[in-house]
Write a protein that binds this ligand. Sequence first.
Ligand code: TYM
Length: 338
Amino acid sequence: MEAQNTQPKKQRIFSAIQPTGVFTLGNYIGAVRNWDTLQEEYECIYAIADLHAITVMQEPAELRKNTMQAFALMLACGMDPKRSITFVQSQNPHHAELSWVLSCSTMFGELSRMTQFKDKSQRHADNINAGLFTYPVLMAADILAYNADLVPIGADQKQHLELARNIAQRFNQRFGETFTVPDGYFPKQGARLMSLQDPTKKMSKSDENANGCVYILDDKDTILRKFKRAVTDSDTEVCYKEGKDGINNLMTIYGAVTGKTMDEITAEFAGKGYGDFKIAVGEAVADHLEPVRSEFARLIADKAYLTECMTNGAQQAYHLTSKLIRKVYRRVGFIDRL
Ligand code: TYM
């Protein structure tokens, strides 16, 4: 008799990040750090979402450079091409193909409700292109093409994930069970890191004030400076409370990089001022990111290795999505593809 494989099948994870510059501390704590730890238990697939990046104006040479950089950063943050599939989205053409099919199962009204579309159309009023509008369909295609069970993301992508679930359910209802309906996976702390300069706004690369956003390749002095200037309040006590947005955000960051609870942090800084606390947060973040910075420096100098990893990753990704794409094409009524 043949030996039975009794290993339970691992659940599958998919996530992606846009190559629009160095990752922010928000990207890192909200998503990418989770990607790393999930590699232990799950079958993970991680992409650099360059197709998404062209929904806003990009200089082609710059985009190519940023994509290479983002790929290196993803590896520097712990993604291991031997354990997980790491690739660049445009190198697997199935994403764009599936996106078209899914767009015919997505309603105009649904896309019109996406808050990120509304925000981005305000910020890029001179370039409200159709891609910006249909972007969440492409994101659904990314996830559904792999039949992912879980999607580790920050809170700002929750609405897009909900839409992906609705699209999957609608397609399944109409054409029969085809897609896994994915769940979001959010960090316990830091699903939405806020700007250090305006803690009511999300930390983002598009922050007008450069001190509001920490980048994971910032050097220690820069990180310390940004935290020292972080906006807080007129109170003096380091404690997590409604209305203390700046301190709450700093405590979240400190907790995320040290593993300490809010109570532990409050106890640690009892009787000390905000100044000491801000320095401690800056130090902890800089120390935490130091290995990422040095690993990035090593990897970015080795273009041959990066290209090899990308090519392997794209081949694995393509292989993985081929069967499902065939199934989808057959279900919607296309003649078998070559
Ligand atoms: P992107 O590139 O804007 O951000 C990458 C990840 O970082 C998270 N994030 C944050 N988390 C906490 N606090 C913040 N201030 C913060 N800013 C960003 C985001 O939630 C995200 O998880 N559309 C996606 C990329 C994408 C994708 C996908 C994600 C394309 N296809 C499929 C998941 C599955 C995006 O633009 O993320």
